[in-house]
Design a protein around this ligand. Structure first.
Ligand code: NAD
Length: 302
């Protein structure tokens, strides 16, 4: 097909590619000409145990379909080893899909340090380690595409997922900074909040909803974002079941008080309606926006 997005001669690293969304990415990119590193530690969805079989099965499937793939069984916490597999096998890396993840759901009241630490290690440290190892390669070749994986739980909070929510929102800040630092090297980073039927969601969603959420239906957006022609950088998307949309921060038009002795809690309360008024929203894109607001404040004079 003339309009088919292709990834020939590109190397795509997919973490957590043994099942769910990762497997869908790996098989797709291999079917479009990429050489794929299929990373998976092969543990349970709670992050317990390991098995090389999980990644091997996907590699075999890709090879049987005529594609190119290599397995890697390291934890994303050792992201340098995953990137090393790509470099040793294929000599380059073009796309990094930070997808591996676990859940340790429990109410905040009952959460143990281990539940917090493990989720942070896999999602936050794991994404950092993989990107950190790929970064010098991307910079040198003046090309790279990164997708980090957030979640609606991170964007909006979710009962029983305090650790996961914190880790997933971390992916947003991480991505937005990578996007700013990578832009001049043609390195683009975007973050998705997917929703898909997988072992992670099969116990929390009813079967009819799950049936409409095939992992394959997250893939097309990701393919567009990591394609060489994409100019999207530092953006947040929600995606699942055929729906996709871009998200952004919104700021109320706000209240600007002169920063002198008249700026008291009572003065804030008096005009609270302005602080929370979203009728004329603004869409800030960085710390510079706030600085320009402060400059306005200074102009107010005595
Ligand atoms: P999944 O459990 O099917 O896949 C996650 C994979 O990551 C598993 O194969 C697992 O073995 C692997 N993994 C776990 N820890 C690892 C580690 N330390 N190193 C390497 N691999 C490891 O789940 P999924 O639903 O496909 O989730 C994929 C990503 O999408 C995760 O980051 C998840 O948090 C995120 N997500 C999923 C949904 C959803 O609706 N499925 C919603 C929001 C976010």
């Amino acid at each position: 097909m003339a309009d088919q997005l292709r990834f020939d001669d590109q190397v795509v690293v997919v973490t957590g590619a043994g099942g769910g969304l990762g497997k869908a990415y790996a098989t797709f990119f291999a079917s479009r000409g990429a050489s794929v590193v299929v990373n998976d530690l092969g543990g349970s969805f709670k992050g317990e145990g390991t098995s090389s079989k999980t990644a091997d099965v996907v590699v075999e499937e890709i090879k049987a379909a005529g594609g190119k793939a290599v397995a890697n069984y390291d934890s994303v916490e050792d992201g340098d080893k995953i990137i090393e597999t790509a470099m040793k096998t294929y000599g380059r890396v073009d796309v990094l899909l930070n997808n591996a993840g676990i859940l340790r759901d429990i109410s905040f009241k009952n959460m143990k340090d281990q539940d917090w630490d493990l989720v942070m290690k896999v999602h936050v440290k794991g994404s950092y380690k993989c990107a950190k190892a790929a970064w010098p390669i991307f910079r040198k070749q003046k090309y790279g595409r990164v997708i980090n994986t957030a979640s609606a739980a991170g964007l909006f909070g979710s009962f029983g997922q305090c650790n996961y929510s914190a880790a997933k929102l971390a992916m947003v800040g991480f991505t937005e900074t990578l996007a700013k630092e990578g832009a001049k090297y043609n390195i683009h980073a975007n973050v998705i909040a997917p929703i898909a039927a997988s072992r992670m969601t099969e116990t929390v969603m009813p079967p009819d909803v799950l049936a409409s959420l095939k992992p394959d239906w997250v893939v097309p957006l990701v393919a567009v974002l990591v394609h060489k022609n994409s100019t999207e950088n530092g953006s947040i998307f929600e995606v699942g079941g055929g729906h996709m949309a871009k998200l952004r921060w919104e700021r109320s038009s706000g209240l600007l008080l002169k920063a002198d002795d008249s700026y008291t809690p009572s003065a804030v309360i008096k005009q609270w309606n302005k602080v929370v008024d979203f009728s004329k929203p603004e869409y800030p894109s960085g710390p510079a926006d706030f600085v320009s607001l402060l400059q306005e404040s200074m102009k107010m004079g005595p």
